[in-house]
Design a binder for this molecule. Sequence first.
Ligand code: BGC
Length: 772
Amino acid sequence: MKQYLKLDEWSIIEESFDPALHEISESIFSIGNGYMGQRANFEERYSGPSLQGSYMAGVYYPDKTRVGWWKNGYPEYFAKVLNSTNWIGIDVLINGTPLDLAQCEVKDFVRQLNMKEGYLSRRFVAVMEGGKEVQIEAVRFVSMKRQEIGAIRYAVTPLNFSGSIRFVPYLDGDVQNKDSNYDEKFWLEVEKAAAADLSYLTLKTKKLDFHVTSVMAFDVFKNGQKLEFVPSLSEREKFVSAEAVFDIEQGETLTLYKYVANVTSRNHGLGQLVDAGKKALLEAHAAGFDTLLREQAEAWAEKWKGSDIIIEGDASAQQGIRFNIFQLNQTYTGEDDRLNIGPKGFTGEKYGGSTYWDTEAYCVPFYLSTADSTIARNLLIYRYKHLEKAKENARKLGFTKGALYPMVTMNGEECHNEWEITFEEIHRNGAIAYAIYNYVNYTGDKSYLSQYGLEVLAEISRFWEERVNFSNLKGKYVILGVTGPNEYENNVNNNWYTNRIAVWTLEYTLEVLDYLKANENARYLELVDKLKLTDEETAKWRHIIDNMYYPVDEERGVFLQQDGFLDKEIVPVKDLPPENLPLNQNWSWDRILRSCYIKQADVLQGLYFLGDRYDLETKKRNFDFYEPLTVHESSLSPCLHAIIACELGYQEKAYEMYLRTARLDLDNYNNDTEDGCHTTSMAGTWMSVIQGFAGLRVRNDELVLKPFIPSHWKSFSFNVMFRGATLNVNVTEESIIVTNETDVPAAIRIYDNSYTVGAHGEIRAQRATVTV
Ligand code: BGC
């Protein structure tokens, strides 16, 4: 862990250049707009260690599975979002010498991610051969308003010499994924043209036939005056460039504006890509850099209006939470229901940019509260569209009915290939069902159930029906051979969380069926017919609900993570010599599996999801038992513990957990930020403030708040959208003020009192202390 970034409420700032930290910064300073994303690579050549990364959402490659020992049922491929054409590149030659920060002295370096307005900037002085100093100022963004557009302003000022500057803006498609299983390159060239006004390059993937066209144009200005020139052009395989050389006097500034449109066959017909790219580019070019940058600031102002959290009295916490919100907003914007949220967003290649249960369990709440409900709805529809594939997946594993959603996917097909996860981490099905409940409970949009929700719920229920078996010994249903959320144990029997979420899914499915039967009968009959749902099936679901086995320890009053958990030697993490941690880097896998140590919330995940069904005493006993055994080696872990700790009034614990998540990437807490940021767990950080510190829940159609405030925060405030209203919640040590910023009244409860906040109305309440 190294803290090298300057504290600032709205920006991430790096004030000197350290090549050893460069790949970490490349992740942290990434930019994206939901449609594409770009690591903070330099525009100019850089020969030091770097992970070049430009990613187009949804453009992926089925990379042939690599595995030591093949098991029936393994997927043939691992899908990965592809590193695509490097569109930011600009070679810069100063008096014929390439500018390369690995080859020269770098002074006054400042890299800044302006989160308020959504752009990345960099300023430095490079000391070249013979002490020639040149100042560079670069600004870059990918447009939120015009999603296919990226723009760069790159200004060069020789400080102590006169000479020549050669600019070579290019598009380079000869790129490779670092995580390619067989060191293969995935792109083929389709067509290209370098021309004075516009150059373009079209590539296609070797499989699946995704096409991506990048079109670029550039202008050069000297001291603010546009220059006329005829560039020299060059082409080679998967590469086009245009270049021009300019004489420049000491103190003058030469500014290059590079505009690029990246269009894909996901959104345009194959024959139309070049035209579509040119059209988008010409429009952006005509608007000009300053207009595009202004549009960007406006688009981000809108985003912040919905999602900002303001923390007074703690600049570090403020920067941390804004960074998380910024990354979430630039990863998923929700217009395209074919897209989802990879655990690393667009900031790196680990996890392949694929979809995990992280989305339903951690990200859905963020988008539900901070954006129009269609955005979270699209995340649900994504899974609805994959229902047939989830059914196929279940058949492939030998089930005669039902749907098993994949653990890792891009298009609905499973692409993970570790048996203990692919075949056993089936609790993911529960999270997908739970997200439907969460969405309907939050938004009140019950139409989702008849349109899409019931089909998914019924097929997941059918899976659970077949996945349980009746144990004659126990006289109960059991679920054998699973991996719970705690991946530090595999192939366990009766993981409490899995059994519980399975039964909850059955209960909820039956509840939804009853609701539709009573309220949308014609559609209900249509769906029963479509699903061929029988009375025997629903009767069996009821039987499972009533007769499921749950491991418990009566003496301690806790749910047992799985059968036999208490056979383990139970030693709290705090008693382990610190050099053992993190366990996944210091212990053999065998030792981890046999130990009592828990990677992430497991029983507690269930108590969080089903929080309204368990009293505080039960939550307390389980938290007190499991938290001391938890090593939080998944970034998804601390946030959930922070939320439950808040509920229990464990303020110090809650804050300790919050700190582990809030600045995870900014402070490189897990020593792995160079692989990319932990984007999905950032939603968990947001949850730990909103659901943890503010205690926000939706119960019985009311928005419930039970806030507490960390001791050194003066106040915190945030906006949440709830059923058409936008509410601003402000919490101080003394009071809670909820202001309705819209015309739509909202039902809220603060601690135990219910209110209606009328149009543009305000409610004030005293802060109270929660004790268990
Ligand atoms: C966690 C999983 C998670 C995955 C991707 C793993 O370390 O254990 O729960 O889905 O990371 O974030």
